[in-house]
Write a protein that binds this ligand. Structure first.
Ligand SMILES: O=P(O)(O)OC[C@H]1O[C@H](OP(=O)(O)OP(=O)(O)O)[C@H](O)[C@@H]1O
Ligand code: HPA
Length: 186
């Protein structure tokens, strides 16, 4: 259980209902995923790791350090939740990566797959650039979406259907700086 005072300092005094995944559990899983991704690609093949901002910024920065392959890192900014806890269904793409995807092994890194709206909007667009391969690595998967255009090849944890925060995930832009993943009290 993390230090309560430190946690409350980061949440502005809002208590958590529960902690789902601790800092140590996340670190261990991130190391495993890094190893799996390393082994999935031939030694001399370059990767392009593409993160969706803002939510993936912490997961991506941790997982790329566990992947022993040459790589480029780039980002897209996609947003569909605004200040709410339910997808608006409209994904606004605020920044479209300038990286050339053609012929590269692209790994799209997501913090969470919830309704699937973001992935279903981004993946067909990325495919139009003819990458050599396209895979998704998601830290959390709620397994709600029944119509995902591509299932993530790497998933950190199956996630309950609560609105979760921490380790990059926000509610109204707050709580991204929690070093673990939890659920805030409603
Ligand atoms: O499967 P979905 O229902 O589409 O949800 C997943 C997306 O929602 C969150 O992004 P959000 O729009 O909240 O923007 P953020 O990354 O800036 O927090 C999260 O980072 C994922 O990209
Ligand atoms: O449960 C969630 N928490 C934070 N951001 C999210 N974006 C989609 N689902 C979530």
């Amino acid at each position: 259980m993390p230090d309560t005072e430190l946690t409350l300092a980061r949440t502005g005094g809002r208590p958590l209902s529960r902690i789902l995944f601790s800092t140590e559990q996340i670190a261990e899983r991130v190391r495993e995923i890094g190893r799996e991704i390393t082994e999935a690609y031939p030694k001399d093949e370059e990767l392009l790791v593409l993160g969706t901002l803002k939510g993936s910024f912490i997961f991506l920065s941790d997982v790329v350090r566990e992947i022993a392959r040459p790589m480029e890192v780039d980002f897209l900014i996609a947003s569909s939740y605004g200040g709410g806890t339910v997808s608006t269904g409209e994904v606004s793409l605020l920044y479209d990566s300038s990286s050339v995807l053609t012929g590269k092994h692209v790994i799209l890194v997501e913090d969470i797959v919830d309704s699937g709206t973001t992935l279903n909007r981004l993946l067909p667009q990325l495919r139009t650039h003819n990458p050599a391969s396209l895979e998704v690595c998601a830290l959390l998967h709620k397994h709600i979406a029944r119509d995902l255009v591509l299932e993530p090849r790497w998933v950190g944890f199956d996630c309950p259907h609560d609105f979760v925060i921490g380790y990059g995930l926000d509610h109204s832009e707050y709580f991204r700086n929690l070093p673990f993943i939890g659920v805030i009290q409603p």
